[in-house]
Design a protein around this ligand. Structure first.
Ligand code: PLP
Length: 394
């Protein structure tokens, strides 16, 4: 029998999806699980968006669209980028894809030759390194330590750049870090990228989820040069609670976006037509629901943060954006005797019935990720169980 291609032999399954699946399975068998693993808002998609999708279907808009997305949706995205970022793009600089995840996948496919390097600050979103490897590229990790708010500096990026470097990924607000790069930090990074002439991949999927009066700044906003070398990656999943609709986009260099559109025409044909009509309403319709969700996440985060920080052996930075806590549990591991964060998370699920994601999948061996995109009741119950679990094993 034929073996699998070497391309997939080193592929590690997404830890996030694996734990979430296990938790769902336990829940289905009647166990009272508190799920703090999921990376999606707990709200339904806003009503006006559902209505627009339904109306488009009734109007017979159920056929193929252009591979890179409907012109009306590209215009809605162009309008959003103008309003929110003050940036001007043309339609040929936009591709709408099947979620930001698949847009990134397509970007690496058109950008990387075998051995090309992508600089990835860690802790990172699980899919970056796997997607780079699938494009025969090499992920090069640089570490953002807890002392540096899990962020990397321009100097670290500069040191990591070689002749093979194609791009650096900046994810702000970050998953799993919950941290935001300041304008000054981004400016320093943009300067290095100009000097060394590399691309910038700016994953801004959590743009709308910022707290404490903080503002999201896109690195593309800083200078003309930064705009020209940046690919903005974004979508409706987190902002409009539309994870299942699978709509994301890229904005950037027309020749790269053109190659991606070509590739999409042979892989996806187009993102789901109904979802595209829903996304037009998401961008052009009222934005109240976005703010309702943001406010709710901020309030939950503020309520839960002191309790999480009080768990023995947990050290937590207060999140600035996205919807994750990333406590460093090194001290808790030492006192409870668990050999790794994986063992800790596994026992937490089976013994205390709380699902969290071990940081190992994010390139971080001493942290666990807890999502606060769930009800305050669930969060409080989850935290009580974690605290008891830690104390019982202490
Ligand atoms: N980028 C980051 C940092 C994420 O956390 C996610 C989702 O978890 C994505 C991209 C992908 O979002 P989607 O494919 O749903 O648009």
């Amino acid at each position: 029998r034929k073996q699998l291609a070497s391309r997939v032999s080193t592929l590690t399954p997404s830890t996030t999806l694996a734990i979430t699946a296990k938790a769902k399975e336990m829940k289905a068998s009647g166990i009272d699980i508190v799920g703090l693993g999921a990376g999606e808002p707990d709200y339904n998609t806003p009503e006006n968006i559902l209505e627009a999708a339904y109306q488009s279907m009734k109007d017979g808009k159920t056929k193929y669209t252009p591979a890179g997305g409907l012109p009306e949706l590209k215009d809605a995205i162009i309008g959003k980028l103008k309003t929110d970022q003050g940036l001007t793009y043309e339609r040929n600089e936009i591709l709408v894809g099947v979620g930001a995840k698949h847009v990134l996948f397509t970007l690496f496919q058109v950008l990387l030759d075998k051995g090309d390097e992508i600089i990835i600050p860690s802790p990172y979103w699980v899919s970056y390194p796997e997607q780079v490897k699938l494009a025969e590229g090499v992920p090069v990790f640089i570490e953002g330590t807890a002392a540096e708010q899990f962020k990397v500096t321009a100097a670290q990026i500069s040191e990591a750049i070689t002749e093979k470097t194609k791009a650096v990924i900046i994810n702000s607000p970050g998953n799993p870090t919950g941290m935001i790069y300041t304008k000054e930090e981004l400016q320093a990074i943009a300067d290095v990228c100009r000097e060394k002439d590399i691309w910038i991949i700016s994953d801004e999927i959590y743009e709308k989820l910022v707290y404490d009066g903080k503002q999201h700044v896109s690195i593309a906003q800083l200078t003309e040069d930064a705009k020209a070398r940046t690919f903005i990656i974004n979508g409706v999943s987190k902002s409009h609670s539309m994870t299942g609709w699978r709509i994301g986009y890229i904005a950037g260099d027309a020749s790269v976006v053109g190659a991606m559109t070509n590739l999409a025409s042979h892989s996806t044909s187009n993102p789901v037509t109904t979802s595209q009509y829903a996304a037009i309403e998401a961008y052009n319709g009222p934005q109240d629901a976005v703010e309702v969700m943001r406010t709710a996440f901020e309030s939950r985060m503020n309520q839960i943060y002191p309790k999480l920080s009080a768990i023995p052996g947990f050290h937590v930075l207060k999140p600035q954006g996205a919807f994750y806590f990333l406590p460093d549990v090194k001290e808790a591991l030492e006192h409870t005797g668990f050999a790794s964060v994986d063992e800790f998370a596994k026992a937490l699920l089976t013994e205390a019935n709380v699902a969290v994601i071990p940081g190992s999948g994010f390139g971080s061996d001493t942290t666990i990720r807890l999502s606060y995109a769930t009800s305050i009741d669930q969060l409080e119950k989850g935290l009580e169980r974690i605290e008891k679990f830690v104390k019982d094993h202490w």
